[in-house]
Design a binder for this molecule. Structure first.
Ligand code: CO
Length: 134
């Protein structure tokens, strides 16, 4: 069901430092920072030949990333995102298999302007898993 790896998201306390690492030390192409208040994140996309890395900094007091960055003070892998062709069909199949969809279970528009859902880490090998319709 899942297709390509769309991105790996790394949550960081400072996007500026993260961009210095990815854009500078590692020499990767980085997008301009973009604030997404409805998701409580500020994001930079690192564009790699075969996938993307999403660098996420918490935005605002109620950011869903705040606790994660408090625990992982230098940053850490936050989630992986796989592409699916039909997000509703994917969600319904996963729910039928007993997987937990986070939130109200309805797809939201993600950082790339496409519908996404998030799946409970305990059902997917301890990894928060995002599905994006492409
Ligand atoms: Co993501």
């Amino acid at each position: 069901m899942i297709g390509r790896l769309n991105h790996v998201a790394i949550a960081v306390p400072s996007l500026e430092k993260a961009v210095a690492t990815y854009g500078g030390v590692l020499g990767a192409e980085c997008s301009e920072p973009q604030e997404i208040p409805e998701h409580g994140v500020k994001v930079v996309f690192v564009i790699l030949p075969n996938t993307k890395i999403e660098l996420l900094e918490p935005l605002g007091e109620n950011s869903p990333l705040a606790k994660f960055v408090e625990k992982n003070t230098v940053g850490g892998i936050h989630h992986v995102c796989y592409e699916v062709e039909d997000i509703i069909a994917a969600r319904d199949k996963l729910k039928a298999e007993g997987a937990r969809v986070l939130g109200d279970g309805e797809p939201k528009i993600g950082a790339h302007g496409k519908p996404v859902i998030f799946l409970h880490p305990k059902d997917f090998c301890g990894t928060l898993t995002e599905l994006e319709q492409v």
